[in-house]
Design a protein around this ligand. Sequence first.
Ligand code: FES
Length: 941
Amino acid sequence: MENFLLSLMVNGREYSLAVPVEATLLHVLREQLHLTGTKNGCGKGYCGACTVIMGGKAIKACRTLALKASGQEVVTIEGLGTNGQLDPLQEAFIEHSAVQCGYCTPGMIMAAKALLDAQPHPSEEQIRKALAGNLCRCTGYQRIVRAIQEAAETMTGHRPRSTTVELKTSTLVGASILRSDAKDKVTGRAIYAADLFFPNMLYGQALRAQLPHAEIIRIDTSKARAMAGVEAVLTAEDVPGENSFGIIFSDQPVLCRDRVRYMGDAVALVAAISPEVASRACQEIVVEYRELPAVFSAQEALAPDAPQIHAEGNIANRITIDKGDIERGFCMADVVIENTYDTPFAEHAFLEPEAGMAVPDNDGGVTVYVGSQDPFGDRRQVAQALGLSEEKVRIVHTVTGGAFGGKDDISLQIHVALLALKTGRPAKMVFSREESMIVHPKKHPFLMRYKTGATRDGLLTAVEAQIISDKGAYASLSLPTIRNAAVHAIGPYAVPNVRVEAIGVFTNNPPAGAMRGFGVPQVAFAHELQMDALAHKLGIDPLELRLKNALKVGSVTASGEVLQHSVGLTETIRRAAEELKKMPRESGIGVGVACAFKNVGFGHGRDEPAGAEIVLGEDGQLFVHIGASELGQGINTVLQQMVAQELGIALERVQVYSGDTAMAPSCGATTASRQTFIIGNATLLAAQQARMRLLGLAEHKLKVKKEELVFKNGHIVARADPQKSLSVNDVLTVAHEQGLQVLGSSRYYPPPTTPLSPETVRSETAVTYLSYGFATQIAIVRVDQNTGQVQVLAIIAAHDVGKAINPLLVKSQIEGGCTMGVGYALLEEMVIERGITKTLNFNKYRIPTFQMAPKVLPIIVEDEEPHGPFGAKGVGEISTVPTAAAIVNAIYDATGVRITSLPATPQKIRRALLDRQESVEEWGLGVPSSSRPAYPGQGGN
Ligand code: FES
């Protein structure tokens, strides 16, 4: 490629560089200047992660040719702040918890900087409009807006500079501590996998299938191998170990040998001196296929003569639950509601596409740097494919730009390791947004048939649910997802008679796997619309109906579990209703409610132990090593708080290192809302061990028995004689002098759970999961009855989290989760036509922006979980679970039409409004809006 000489100023420094004429400014910044604070989220200018300031204006560096930057002054995130002090915007982002995974943050701050430079006093509307092209998948935007508003006040002298950044020293569990990684994220110093550069490194690229279902007749790699700059071209023959991977079932080929089953299957791999050469080499590989008959829906796949995707047949999993006597339950009902619902394939849309770097080790092993939800699971699968022992494979979890279940599965870990070992050189792979959309597993689409019976007083007597899911080409995490859906299918209600059948079916679509909620958001959509329809049919307040049937301590779930403790659902309903009463009443507004529960941990009899280690550093720092992954949710900060609290030391003395398989004891994946509970307990045990060690040392020094010593204000003090004391810092120094390194090392075994079985269901002896989170959300919407456009004005979100170790982080999770739920309700659908994904980037797969993100009012309910660390449960997933149902119920309240198919697009709403009469008859409701039951505080409408 032809080069030209580019002269420009970046962050006040002049550069003259030879640059390819087709290169973008983003390429120059990241690949040539290694200014990696500027991120590449989509490569097409849709997400704003690459925003920098050029000539005083915010621009998208991925869409700007480097040629255009000639003679220009460019400012990137690395250029903000002066004399080591953060810019007020950076400070405000930290202080307002406007940062989670941090991948959008540099671009967001640069866009805000350009706005405030041009307009020092922007209104909220102006901020939302100016940043409309910057996407964030984690925060829900409202904290970003607040941060920008506050920075504007600081910059115009209307507010003193923030001191909170320096004041983050409280050690108490339950305090809203600012997250420990925020400073690196607002300055662009956080290193994600794509930001890594090693000397002599190569770039990898996979050739993907060109048909959704085909036999491979021949692969010819000769032309690609002969290309200058190509160092390796690999096919299935080059996989030294088992040519398959998968978290539970190892059914997906590393490189397809004789058959492809979906468009994301990898057929060959290239390593080359640049991404461009690797990409051209892929195009030179010739693959001859014989197309096979394919199936593109669960219904097609279930037909008796359907082509079989796997030798074992097309049914991947079937879960059934039978509790009580379903026929009798419906006989007892005065009212029966029956309907069908469907939800689409949906996409995680984490802002950081998959990336990884592998470095060969001297002993024949390999180290893989990757943002992963399951470093130990990755290690097992990489080792299996490479034919190595697990000790020869090290996975180092890097800073991760969001995951939401989409980084549970292997994406490029095996490929990049294979390339590194075959070439003997470091190898890096970075997915484009399009490749990311095609390859990784999606949220399961569900087709659901529901029948719900209740007495005229509103007591549920029976629920029957049939669920069919297109689970795509490979198993991924379908089994636990479908099982989760079955267990949660009746919602958080006590129902004596239940029948559920849930089936996952193989097709030639992309695999379906884990996504925030693990099958529960789909069933929540159905059971909460059923509850709403029931409430309206019976003329009972929808909140009242839920209160009547809500799970409580002593209630029995669908899977036969008698709930023993920490069931805060009723309280979430009451608190959400109270908040609603405070809202102003407006005509034309719709109000909808939905409740949910969501498991904590894998459960179902699976062992899920975890370990943690607390190591003393030379300068008295404590390093906590854990196998779990910080993905933006804030687990590192939460653990830092727990250890600091337990040892009575300042927060800054504790650093958490997560997800390095060579440094940390193993633990399961960071998924299923489990890590606050599991790794929290493991860390707490390690901290308690460290505490005993320190007491032992103090006993020796103070000549007071350790049983007589207490931790108080950073000191170890004799209970009977407070004069006798030592600071914890001094005790740590003693520990260091004595050569103590590991202060605490734990292995935590959670309470046992039981597999789902007819016996445990019937005998009500099941312990299906470790615990459950509970939630009630109320959505307030305005619907334009002409266009069908919905504006979600607010979401009240009351969540029982057991104990909020860090309320600020809990609220941030709730806000982000609700906003993701808004997308699921109104916008998001992976369009896959005959196995080919059509929604390949953020212009087609639309997620909520600044302009459509609602105001979220998070409410924390604390019904402490006795087995949780300090009483905590999880909140990561449940924040998304009831949102779509609440919004669609609010649309019904506003319009009288019920949308049973997600997303509830303007087209569907408009069509339903036109067919309103027919719709009303079909539902048998016949309830004009004026006579519908009123929501508390709203007075109906
Ligand atoms: Fe914005 Fe993660 S914090 S995308």
